[in-house]
Design a protein around this ligand. Sequence first.
Ligand code: HEC
Ligand code: HEC
Length: 437
Amino acid sequence: MIQRRWGAIAALLLAGLASSASAAAAEATTVLMPGVPPSRVVGWVGKKTPQVAAKLDATAAVFAPEPGLVALGRRVFFDAQLSEPRGMACAACHDPARAFTPTLSARALAGPGTPEGGRAGRFSLRNAPSLLYVRYVPRRHFYQDDDAPYASPFGGLFVDGRADTLAEQVRGPLMAPNEMNNGTPARLLRKLNQTGLADALAQRFGPAVHQDPETLMRALGEALQAYMQSDEMAPFSSRFDDYLRQKTPLTPPEMRGLALFKNPDKGNCMTCHTLSDTASRPERSLFTDYGYDAIAVPRNRSLPANRNPKHFDNGLCTTASELKWPEPTQWCGYLRTPSLRNVAVRQRFMHNSVFSSLRDAVAFYNTRSTNPGKWYAQGEAFDDIPKAYRGNVNINSTPMNRRAGGTPALTDAEINDIVSFLRSLTDEPYVSAMPVH
Ligand code: HEC
Ligand code: HEC
């Protein structure tokens, strides 16, 4: 999408070539999403990340988790014994009444805007996403589009892609000190052993659940993954979905918003937040390509970690160094593009919860480059990215590519139309949960 970083491209190509021969012998294909035909691997980036030959097609995915396992996963998801101290379930931060996004406590609303953990006054380091449609997040991979000068990373869970699968991801919240705070799998096992939940998991995964912490973690992971892959977690019941199915029209402001969202000279949102309004299958409109970008939202000065001016959340480059991708710092500031389905129910926006209205989140794109002083403290553009990495920020995509003082791409009325359109992406059960933005 962005034409730069030629050095990195060469490094990636070399990395791919160097290991492709041996990799091809060992494993020529990889499955990136359940039910999707295996992807052909053309090389490896770092040690473990496959580069695949063709773009992934989410509509080919088949999710058929076994109903018994889904029910067990649902039980785990709502079980408040899973935190230390007890009292916090996954559902506490991924609220089923708010499209599985957080409903923030008064303390969180007055403070950093990220969810409060199992211990009062401790907050998640980042905002929490909706878990609806999370089953479509593919495993980590690189892919080079025909017109792109280099291969780009896609997929992986969390905004920095640090977990490869849902089953693997659950360890994060269960152990994080600011979240469920269980310390170690062994401690969690000791606590759960006396509960009916451990018995139910053992019935399914065998008696080792009671003895071996890793077996317990696998059991929790597989059950939760099955739940998150179930159709319950991908309802496709928004007014926009009804529009795609040609059941109900959108209103005139929503239609204008849709056109602006797609228009490459106006919102240009669709280049990252993908949709296809000519296809009746809503899986074609997941509102993300699962790629990464650096749009440089302002620093959230209420996050406890940001009291230290030297602290930065560097996003994908942390994962890139762990995975030994070449030149990992080229990915500092990059975050996975989120889906915008159900975005209008949220109380806070962006990975660091810096915005408290959807309108601000949209308006930011429009005037980030024309009026940076409106968004960044002391007018220091890209203030949440270390100076050394500010060259990574996307300054090429419309509408973020204008000169300071220039005319923005969208008028105030047009921003309102885009917001109206985004509100049509809310699934039916959550329509009344949308704050008036
Ligand atoms: C204290 C709040 C909190 C709790 C409890 C919590 N989460 Fe989360 N969850 C978060 C935050 C914050 C993120 C984003 C973190 C990041 O991107 O680094 C997240 C991200 C995720 C993601 C990644 C989604 C994506 O699009 O990449 C999944 C899946 C998830 N959580 C599932 C769970 C499950 C399952 C549980 C229970 C075992 C759980 N969460 C408990 C706060 C929480
Ligand atoms: C170049 C890719 C790209 C383009 C173009 C783009 N976005 Fe985004 N969008 C992102 C990324 C990456 C994030 C995550 C940023 C973060 O969390 O700091 C994001 C986040 C968002 C969010 C916050 C979602 C949440 O759950 O908090 C909204 C709303 C949004 N975008 C709307 C838009 C709109 C409207 C447009 C068009 C005006 C647009 N985006 C254009 C990549 C893009």
